[in-house]
Design a protein around this ligand. Sequence first.
Ligand code: C2E
Ligand code: MG
Ligand code: MG
Length: 683
Amino acid sequence: MKKLIRYSLLLIFIGIIALSVLSLFFFTPLQGSIQDLDHIIKYYISLHMLPFYIRAFIFIMTIIAIVAVYKNSLVLKKEIKYRKQIEKEARETGKSLEKSLALSKATLEATADGILVVDENRNISGHNQKFAKMWRIPPSCLAPGNDEAAVKHVLKQLKDPEGFVNSLHKLYNSEPTVEHFDELMFKDGRVFERYSKPQMRGDEVIGRVFSFRDVTQRKKMEEQLTYQATHDALTLLPNRVILIDRISQAIKIWKRSKKIGAVLFFDLDRFKLVNDSLGHDIGDILLQSVARRLELCVREHDTVSRLGGDEFVILLTGLGEERHAIPIVLKCLKALEEPFVIDKHTLSITSSVGVSFFPKNGKTPIELLKNADSAMYHAKAEGRNNYKIYANKMGIQTKKQLELINELHEAVKNNALTVYYQPVVDLKSASIVGAEALLRWNHPEWGFISPQEFIPIAEDTGLILKMGEWVLQTACLQNKLWQETGFPSLTMAINLSAQQFRQRNIPELITKVLQETNLDPQYLDLELTESVIMEDTQAFLKCMQELKKIGVHLVIDDFGTGYSSLSYLKRFPVDTLKIDIAFVAGLPGNSDDAAIVRAIIAMAQQLNLDVIAEGIETESQFSFLTENSCDMGQGFLFSKAIPAEEFSKLLKKNKFSSCHTTGRGDKKTTGAKGQIHLIENQP
Ligand code: C2E
Ligand code: MG
Ligand code: MG
C-alpha cells in the first residue's frame, strides 16, 4: 500500500514538472486561448511571463530535479531490491533456524536421558519430556516461575534429599565450572546417574545442564551378580569372599576400638551319612535349616557364612573378652542338637566347633580361619559335639593327622577295629605256645593302617584306654574260646600302653576282664615297653606288684631299645624279656647283634626270666636263636599276625603235632626240632 502511494505521488510530481516544462516552451503561441483556461493553468502561463533567465533557471532546476528524482528512484529501487534480498535471506535464515531448533528439540526428546537446563539464577530454563517423566514431575511444576514446586517434587522422592541439596550447593558455589557425576538413590528403589556440565558463553558460566539416566535395571543386575559372587546359593549365607572381607574389617576395627573378635568354625558331625543314606535333597534342606538356626543364635552385626559342604563359619565381633564368645558357641551347639524334621525324617545332627580369636590367634583372615579349622579338628577328635579353642601347639598337627584322629574315633565307636594274632612259638619244639594280640585297622578308604601310625595318636588323644580295654576283652575271650575248643592252652600276650598304666586302675581292669572271660590269669602276658617301666614311680611299682598278685605275667617288649639301666630288672617283678626285632634282624651275620642277643639270653637265664625273640624271618635266625637257647620266638618265618579263624587252623595242625607243648606250664619241655611245617600252612 505504502509503495502504491509513493509511486502515485511520484507520478503526480512528474506530471506537474512535465506541465511546467510544456508551459514554458510550448504554450507561448497559444496565448489566445489562455483566457479559456481555468485559474490553475493561468498560473503556468504567468510563469511564461517571467524573464528568460528565470525560466531557464527553472528549467535547469526542473531537469536537475528530474535527474535527482530519477536517481533517487534508482537508489530507491536498489534499496527495495536490497531489502527484498535481506527479507528473503531473513526468511531463509529463520527457516533454517527453525529447522535447527526443531532438530535440537527432536534430538533432546529422542535421547533416553532426562535433560534439564538451569540458568545462572538457578531457574529452570529448559528440559525435555523424558526429564519430566523420569522425575514424575507434573507439567504445572515445570512451568516458568514454578521452580520451587519442581524442587520440592524432586526432594520428596530422594532417599537423601539433604545430600542432594548439599551437592548442588557445592556445585554452584565452589565448583561452578566442573563437570560432575554421581548417583541418586530413590526411596522407591530407583537409581539415577546424574551428570552435569556448566553451560558457557565464552568464559562466562550462564547455567548448568543436567542429564539423568535411569540405571535401576543395570544396578539390579549388578547387585544380583555381586550377590551371586558373594553368597552361597544353597543357604543364601555370605560365602568365603564376604567372610574374609568382614574379618579384615573387624581386624581394622580392633586396631581402633581394641574390641576382640572370634572366628567359630563349625563342621557338622557325620553329615555325609545324611547325604549317603537319605540323598542330597534332604542333605540340602538340612544345611539350609542349620543355616537358619545358626543365624538365630547370633547378633545382627555378626556374620554367619557357609564355606561349602557342611562347614559354616561365624564371625563374632566387638567382644570385650574372649570368654564372651563361649556362651554363643554353646548356644549354637544346643540349637543344632534339637532334631530337624525334614520330609517325615527326624534328623539329629551335632557339630564340632573350633574357635580362634583375633588378634591372639592370627592377624589375617586366612590365618584365623586356618587356626579355627585346626581347633575344630581337635574338637572332633575329642568326641564331637563340642568346641575347642585354638592353642598354639595345635598348628603342629597336620590336617591328615587330625583326620586320622577323627576316623579313629569313628572306628572305635563303630567297632571297626579287629584283633589279629601272631603265634609265639616254642623254638625247641617249633610249636605254638602263645599268641600276641595285635590291633588291626582296615579303613574303608585308606586300607590297612599300621598300628605304629595310629597307636601313638590313640595314646595322645586318650582313645587308647577304650581301645586297650576292648583288645583285652577280645583277646582274653578268644584265648578262652580256643581253650574251650580243646586246643592246648596258650598264653595270650597283650600290649599295654603307658597311658593305661597311668590310669592306675589297670589291676582292677585286668581282674574284671579275667572274671568276665573266665580266663586263668596264668594265660595272660602283659607287654610293657622299657620306657613305661622307667617311669619308675612307687605307684607304678605297686601296680606291677598287684598285677603279679593276680597271677598274670609281665613281659618287657622291645627289650634292648629303651633305657640301658638294667637295675629295674631286679626291682620289678618281670617274667619275660622280648628281644627287639632290631637285634634279631642282624642275626646271625652281624657280630654286634649276635653278641647282644647272646648276652640278653644269658642274662635272662641268670635272672630266671623267659626270652622271646621277635621278628624271626629266616631259617638262619631261627637256628641261631635255638642254638643259643632262646626259649621262644615269633616272626614271619612262622606266621604273620592273622585273624582268629586262620589262627584256629594253625592251631589245629599244631594240636596234632607230636611234639607240641601245652603252654607256659610245659615251656621247659623239649620237643622235636623243625616243626616248621606250620609256615607251610600260612594263609
Ligand atoms: P610290638 O608289640 O613289638 O609288636 C610286634 C610287631 O612286630 C608287630 O607289628 C608285628 O606285626 C611285627 N612283626 C612280627 N614279626 C615280624 C617279622 O618277622 N618281621 C617284621 N618286620 N615285623 C614283624 P605291628 O602289628 O605293626 O605292631 C606294631 C606295634 O604296635 C606293636 O609292637 C605294639 O607296640 C603296638 N601295638 C599293636 N597292637 C597294640 C595294642 O593292642 N595295644 C598297644 N598298646 N599297642 C599295640
Ligand atoms: Mg608287643
Ligand atoms: Mg615288640
